[in-house]
Design a protein around this ligand. Structure first.
Ligand SMILES: N[C@@H](CCC(=O)N[C@@H](CS)C(=O)NCC(=O)O)C(=O)O
Length: 231
């Protein structure tokens, strides 16, 4: 287990449905896999109100959000998955969430930022869905083209990183950048987006993680259906 730089610190991670919430999955899998102690606060999506109840813990009304409590200090809430990964990396440097080498760290951050702010075609057409049966989508040519472009770029990133590091994760050891790409592994699999060896290799590494298995098992037990995410 990693120890925090600021002590004592209490972390609460607000997340939503494990079947669908790809943004929740990112910090959750990183924190679980790195054995960073946190309390999980689960809230269901509520399409009817536009998730109005999310305002109770997050000014953005979005998950994930990380509440940080320290004795004698004002409680703070950090939104945005990438910012959550960054603060957790600062709090728990022993967890090695980012590569130690400066250039590798810069590349890992660039690839994480690319995921955080891009790949809209893939993310829009192929929502993360842990329960979905493996089945290709019949998309219109414009959407299909956008998905293919995203898939090609993601596989280029994976190839470059895995060739340089030797794997099993993008920079060798599992880290924040892998957490950012974890939901994409589900999308590639469930929408039959790739038969390339680089995908299979990274998929196998990611799905062998105990944290992945724990999230997936919980997702499969969830009874709720979010229609807009059932592509
Ligand atoms: N950029 C944000 C995206 C967060 C996000 O869109 N979360 C979704 C769930 S996966 C959400 O809370 N949606 C509720 C809404 O948009 O009202 C992040 O990185 O955390």
């Amino acid at each position: 287990m990693s120890s925090p730089t600021l002590s004592p610190v209490k972390l609460t991670l607000f997340i939503a449905n494990k079947n669908y919430s790809s943004w929740s999955f990112r910090p959750w899998i990183a924190m679980k896999q790195k054995e960073i102690p946190f309390t999980e606060h689960f809230l269901q999506f509520d399409e009817a109100t536009g998730h109005a109840h999310f305002i109770e813990f997050s000014p953005t009304k979005k998950v994930p959000a990380l509440r940080i409590e320290r004795e004698g200090e004002e409680m703070v809430t950090i939104c945005e998955s990438l910012a959550i990964l960054e603060v957790v990396a600062d709090l728990f440097p022993d967890a090695n969430l980012w590569p130690k080498n400066i250039i590798d760290r810069a590349k890992a951050r660039a690839f994480a930022a690319e995921m955080h702010g891009g790949f809209f075609g893939l993310r829009g057409s192929c929502p993360m869905n842990m329960r979905r049966e493996i089945k290709a989508l019949d998309l219109d040519p414009y959407s299909a083209g956008a998905v293919v472009k995203n898939v090609e770029r993601i596989e280029q990133i994976w190839t470059e990183c895995l060739e340089a590091s030797g794997g099993p994760f993008l920079f060798g050891e599992f880290g924040a950048v892998d957490a950012m790409y974890a939901p994409v592994i589900n999308r590639f699999e469930k929408y039959a987006l790739s038969d390339r060896a680089v995908f299979q290799r990274y998929h196998d590494a990611m799905k062998s993680l105990p944290a992945w298995k724990e999230w997936e098992a919980a997702a499969l037990k969830e009874p709720w259906i979010v229609e807009e995410d059932e592509a």
